[in-house]
Design a protein around this ligand. Structure first.
Ligand SMILES: *[C@@H]1O[C@H](CO)[C@@H](O)[C@H](O)[C@H]1NC(C)=O
Ligand SMILES: *[C@@H]1O[C@H](CO)[C@@H](O)[C@H](O)[C@H]1NC(C)=O
Ligand SMILES: [Zn+2]
Length: 988
């Protein structure tokens, strides 16, 4: 799955609308069990409380430096809150292993019209029995199973059919907490035998974007409906009864009935001609070929009136609503190329006979890698030349490449359980860059990786409330919670590190062996480590006493990441390296460990005399040891050294003061490009974040950034603007901010002149990206030329004869022009933009406008905008609500509005988004990020205390928000004065 940019997912454990009747008589199945369970529960709760309660307080303590005892109480509240919610979910939700599915025959008839929206289904599952048992237990949620039709028959593989013996069913019941449907039999299912299990059921095409759900769009005044699926992670069970765990692979033979005037598609190609559906006029059956063995979460089917475009070879197709089908040309162009590239990369042919990609108007995530039928939200697959931006285009390439990579890594070989989700997602999030680089080599995406993934996830992973990427999960809420930046971004970053320390050749060979040995089956991270170790030993890149597992376990099982501190001995020419976990709240708290975490760190470095920024294979390892001495660096005392070449290691580096000064000297020299681009970005990001964590004085860190006055490249600027974004957020409400603005504008002056306010066709991707970032900062600081240009261009659009057809603003400048015009303008400008939003047919344009609409300074408009975000039929889709909140909260006057809205409309938000609250995650995140005063933190805590029982999957986000706010407060206390002094000196 690809995350949506704002919304991780918008799922919901919505309570069923169907009653659960019949079931077992209490006396036979349930009574005893219930009683036993009750007693067990009492005992268990007691035990839990007894055993776990003492652990709740102790994870970390605030050390003395705190000047306000109230903080401790506040943070204590926060911690016990998170711990108390953790215990609730400890029921074993795994299926019994006595029965495993072998194949499914699934038939579904969806009724896709207002007033109905139900579907009828039948499933026949051929199962193998591995242990004698008297029940068949499978998953089913939110559906009505017609129990009179349930049957279990013995199956004879020699006869190729069910033999006559039908097993006697005692009763059937639902275990709602586990989402099980249990068929209790009187006869025993015998080990070694096969049986067919038949179930008939009715479900509901929901509008919560999960399971088998409905989506719609309008043409003129007419609403067109679509029935589609999203099953990852645990929602196949909402569409049909099944063994819904990733390791339980089976083949699927699917039949979908659909109205004559629509089409259906599924994972496999259609078999034969459509057949009439008896009893339902104007409906036809599409029967699909049997699939290869696969996990339930990868099953997909769609009924729509979409149009299709096919590749020249005919087996790669793209689907979209007819008005948007032309926007799919770009993905149709790159899709087959990337697929072919991955066949070569993995050295394994794509195993399915066809590939379909579909752009859906309503989609919770960014995209989903269903085998042979990838689904996307429109903005992740559609690109309209002349309307969409370069960054939209790169987004499409990224997501297409990500989902195609999953066809091997994830689909062919699947994690045995969601604990290894990070491996699946981290891997796809890394090789998406490699696939994209193959088709768009000019974009330099392998360089972009460092600022967009690695540095990006550092900021989250530096929080105490971060988590190890490999994490025990059970309950569906816990599973959806780990589809987060840590699994994706950190996963990708440590896999990239591995690619570099093993060397790409060894990495790829090991990978191919792993995929071949586990094809059509499931695997665990240790299986991959083993395959890579074997290859690494064979090719001699790892000495025989080292294993990939030993190295990687320190990165996957421990939370956070290290900072390596390099202290040089300038007389001896040596250096001593130490490692420690890097945390943003460093200096104000200590985490109490049984043992301090240590990592296996690949060490690479270069010196002023060699300036070799090309070698990324480590010369040394810190073998999970606290310190390491390098006897001879090969640099004399007036030459700098820089560690972590190309930032391929997932760690930060700090130096002694002299080395920092030597680096600063080089940066301020005309020859600053002697330091490689990625490492310039690294130095800025490391320096500003080390300072933020109290490990480097701000004077030095800000001195590192001074050279930006000459810098024109994207990576260093991206790193700088992100890190300076933090300063901006912190300082904006306080006196002295004017100096920050003057300083930033001074740094931007040269690069602004270089890039200019003009979108020049043929500019390299990175120049375009630099321009957008530079302009949006300059305009937001009120840079005169910038604001004037933006306002003029918007004005020209408003005066264009038919603004919906003629937009004179060039695509890449739209974000700056729209936002600046909203900020400088009033109601008239806003209404104009809103009308364009409603009318445009291009998803990426809608996104741009939604972002800009939050830039207005009219408070009442912002409030109304928030209201519309959660109003049915306002024009804002549910999938886009988080974007609205993000854009309002990004605006300094909008943030308190957004937070108050969250507090005041909590009940309504829950009702609108459902109980799993993943959208609310994003709302919480955006509306709290500038909090840096005690009063704000108090408000946040009050809110949390009030709703602690209802936070669900938003729990960790809320925890992170509180930690962040607390860190901000302390940061301001510690650094505000120093920074003001530095700014005063440097803006004089
Ligand atoms: C089920 O049993 C059959 C016959 O013994 C065997 O061929 C098949 O591989 C088994 N399938 C699974 C999923 O265990
Ligand atoms: C939906 O339509 C089907 C086919 O006409 C019908 O059998 C079913 O009862 C309808 N369901 C509802 C809830 O209207
Ligand atoms: Zn993915």
């Amino acid at each position: 799955m690809t995350q949506s940019r704002e919304v991780l997912a918008m799922m919901d454990a919505h309570t069923t609308t169907f009653g659960r009747k019949r079931g077992c008589t209490i006396s036979r199945c349930g009574g005893f069990l219930l009683g036993a369970l009750f007693v067990l529960c009492l005992v268990a709760t007691g035990l839990l409380v007894y055993h776990f309660a003492p652990c709740l307080n102790g994870r970390s303590v605030t050390i003395n430096g705190s000047n306000d005892p109230r903080d401790d109480t506040m943070m204590e509240t926060a911690r016990s809150f998170s711990a108390s919610t953790a215990n609730k979910k400890k029921i074993d939700v795994r299926l019994p292993r006595s029965i495993v599915p072998h194949s499914y025959e699934l038939k579904l008839i969806p009724f896709i019209w207002e007033g109905n929206f139900t579907f009828h289904g039948e499933v026949r599952i051929l199962v193998n029995v591995t242990q004698d048992t008297e029940n068949v237990t499978l998953h089913a949620v939110d559906m009505k199973i017609d129990e009179n039709h349930t049957s279990i028959r013995e199956y004879s593989s020699t006869a190729g059919a069910s033999v006559n013996r039908t097993l006697k069913i005692d009763c059937q019941k639902n275990d709602t907490a586990r989402q099980f449907h249990i068929i209790q039999t009187t006869d025993t299912l015998k080990k070694g035998k096969q049986y067919t299990v038949y179930l008939k059921f009715t479900g509901y095409l929901n509008d919560y974007l999960q399971g088998f759900y409905r989506s719609s769009y309008t043409v003129g005044n007419q609403t067109r409906w679509i029935a589609t699926t999203q099953f990852q992670a645990t929602d196949a069970r909402r569409a049909f009864p099944c063994f819904d765990e990733p390791a339980l692979k089976a083949s699927f033979q699917i039949s979908i009935a659909r109205p004559k005037n629509m089409t259906s598609i599924s994972n496999m190609p259609r078999k034969g001609e459509p057949q009439p559906v008896s009893g339902i006029p104007n409906y036809l059956w599409d029967h699909y070929e049997r699939s290869v063995p696969m996990s339930t979460y990868l099953v997909a089917f769609i009924v729509s009136d979409f149009e299709v475009l096919r590749s020249p070879s005919g087996n790669f197709s793209v689907w979209a609503r007819s008005e948007a089908i032309n926007q799919s040309l770009y993905s149709l162009d790159i899709g087959p190329k990337v697929l072919e590239y991955f066949e070569d990369y993995f050295k394994i042919k794509f195993p399915l006979p066809k590939m379909d990609m579909v752009a859906l108007p309503d989609f919770s995530a960014g995209a989903m890698e269903n085998w042979g039928l990838i689904t996307y939200r429109e903005t992740a697959m559609l690109y309209q030349e002349g309307v969409s931006t370069s960054s939209n285009q790169q987004r499409v390439a990224t997501v297409v490449s990500h989902e195609l990579a999953h066809q091997w890594f994830g689909n062919l070989v699947t994690p045995s359980w969601w604990t290894d989700l990070w491996l699946n997602e981290g891997f796809a999030s890394y090789v998406e860059y490699i696939g994209m680089n193959a088709v768009e080599p000019k974009w330099k995406v392998l360089e972009q990786f460092v600022v967009h993934e690695l540095q990006n996830v550092f900021s989250l992973d530096a929080l105490e409330s971060s988590h190890p990427i490999s994490i025990e999960v059970g309950h569906p809420d816990e599973i959806s919670e780990i589809f987060d930046r840590i699994s994706y971004g950190k996963g990708a970053s440590i896999i990239r590190m591995m690619d570099h320390f093993l060397t790409t050749e060894v990495f790829k060979r090991g990978l191919t062996n792993y995929l071949n040995s586990k094809a059509y089956r499931s695997a665990e991270q240790n299986d991959l480590w083993e395959a890579l170790t074997k290859q690494a030993h064979k090719d001699g890149v790892l000495s025989s006493d080292k294993t990939v597992k030993e190295i990687m376990d320190t990165w996957t099982l421990q939370t956070g990441f290290p900072v390596v501190t390099v202290i040089r001995d300038y007389n001896r020419g040596s250096a001593s390296l130490t490692q420690e976990r890097f945390m943003l709240r460093n200096g104000t708290t200590v985490v109490e460990y049984k043992e301090k975490p240590k990592w296996w760190i690949p060490i690479t470095y270069t010196t002023e005399s060699s300036k070799n920024f090309g070698i990324t294979r480590p010369s040394h390892w810190m073998e999970a040891e606290t310190s390491l001495t390098l006897p001879n660096l090969g640099a004399n005392s007036s030459q700098w050294v820089i560690f972590n070449v190309q930032e391929t290691g997932y760690y930060r580096v700090n130096y002694d003061k002299t080395n920092w000064q030597l680096i600063i000297k080089q940066l301020n020299n005309v020859m600053f490009r002697d330091i490689g681009t990625i490492n310039r970005a690294q130095l800025i990001d490391d320096a500003l974040n080390l300072a933020r964590a109290g490990r480097l004085d701000y004077t030095t860190a800000l001195d590192v950034t001074s050279y930006l006055a000459h810098e024109t490249e994207y990576l260093p600027w991206k790193a700088a603007l992100t890190a300076m974004g933090y300063l901006d957020n912190m300082l904006i409400k306080f006196p002295g901010y004017d100096k920050f603005r003057i300083h930033a504008l001074k740094l931007l002056d040269n690069v602004y002149k270089q890039t200019g306010f003009k979108d020049t066709p043929g500019d390299p991707q990175l120049t375009v990206f630099t321009r957008i970032d530079v302009l949006s900062w300059a305009c937001s600081f009120g840079h005169e030329d910038c604001v004037r240009n933006a306002v003029t261009q918007f004005h020209n659009w408003r005066n264009a004869p038919n603004p919906d057809k003629n937009n004179p603003v060039s695509p890449n400048l739209k974000s700056v022009v729209y936002c600046t015009a909203m900020r400088a303008g009033g109601e008239a400008e806003w209404d104009f933009a809103w009308q364009r939003y409603l009318k445009t047919n291009v998803g990426s344009e809608k996104d741009l406008l939604l972002n800009a609409l939050g830039c207005t300074r009219e408070t009442w408009i912002l409030s109304r905008y928030l209201d519309w975000a959660i109003t049915d039929n306002s024009g804002i889709r549910k999938q886009d609500a988080a974007r609205v909140f993000g854009s309002v909260a990004n605006n300094v006057i909008g943030q308190p509005l957004a937070f108050n809205f969250l507090r005041n409309k909590w009940a309504r938000l829950k009702e609108y988004f459902g109980t799993s609250l993943l959208t609310i995650n994003n709302i919480v995140k955006s509306s709290t990020k500038r909090m840096n005063t005690r009063f704000e933190l108090k408000d946040l805590l009050e809110f949390v205390t009030e709703h602690r029982e209802e936070l669900g999957t938003a729990t960790r986000t809320v925890q992170q928000a509180m930690e962040q706010a607390e860190a901000n407060i302390r940061w301001l206390e510690r650094n505000h004065a120093t920074i003001r002094e530095w700014l005063n000196r440097n803006t004089a």
